[in-house]
Design a protein around this ligand. Structure first.
Ligand code: CTP
Length: 132
């Protein structure tokens, strides 16, 4: 079974590592989509803290990520996921529980597994600390 997950990883932290580890344990090959800079500007309404190239290089270094690709803007977050996933026959998406009810990958015709979000850590917190 192929597993797929998405994120900005801006910057990568322990909560991401735990998400990737648990997702990888539930599939045979894990594909990780990293939000492009434009995607972050459009859907997170902020400037990227680190550019896509650096974020992809960081995620690629994680042993649980078998393949890393840039999640580009299409028209909507769902279209962006769809265009890539159409190429894969059978897959399962893993995403943190904070996305329940608002994840754009619902309705793509595959199982979406929500993994409990790791508490007390987020990229937002790290960006704030680094700005102090
Ligand atoms: N995630 C998690 N536990 C955390 C933070 C993130 O399990 N403490 C999961 C998210 O649910 C998502 C993936 O990691 O499935 C990528 O999330 P991302 O948005 O890149 O991380 P955040 O830390 O939530 O980023 P931000 O604070 O910028 O929104």
């Amino acid at each position: 079974m192929i597993g797929v997950t998405f994120g900005a990883f801006d910057p990568l932290h322990y909560g991401h590592i735990r998400l990737l580890k648990r997702a990888r344990a539930r599939c045979d090959f894990l594909i990780v989509g990293v939000s492009s800079d434009e995607y972050i500007r459009k859907f997170k309404n902020r400037e990227p803290f680190q550019p896509l190239k650096k974020r992809m290089e960081t995620v690629r270094a994680v042993r649980y990520a078998d393949l890393v690709f840039p999640q580009e803007i299409m028209t909507t977050p769902q279209r962006a996921k769809e265009s890539f996933l159409r190429k894969i026959k059978e897959f399962r998406i893993f995403v943190g529980s904070d996305w329940k009810g608002k994840f754009s990958g619902e309705g793509l015709g595959c199982e979406v597994v929500y993994l409990p979000r790791t508490r007390n850590i987020s990229s937002t917190k790290i960006r704030k600390w680094s700005a102090q």
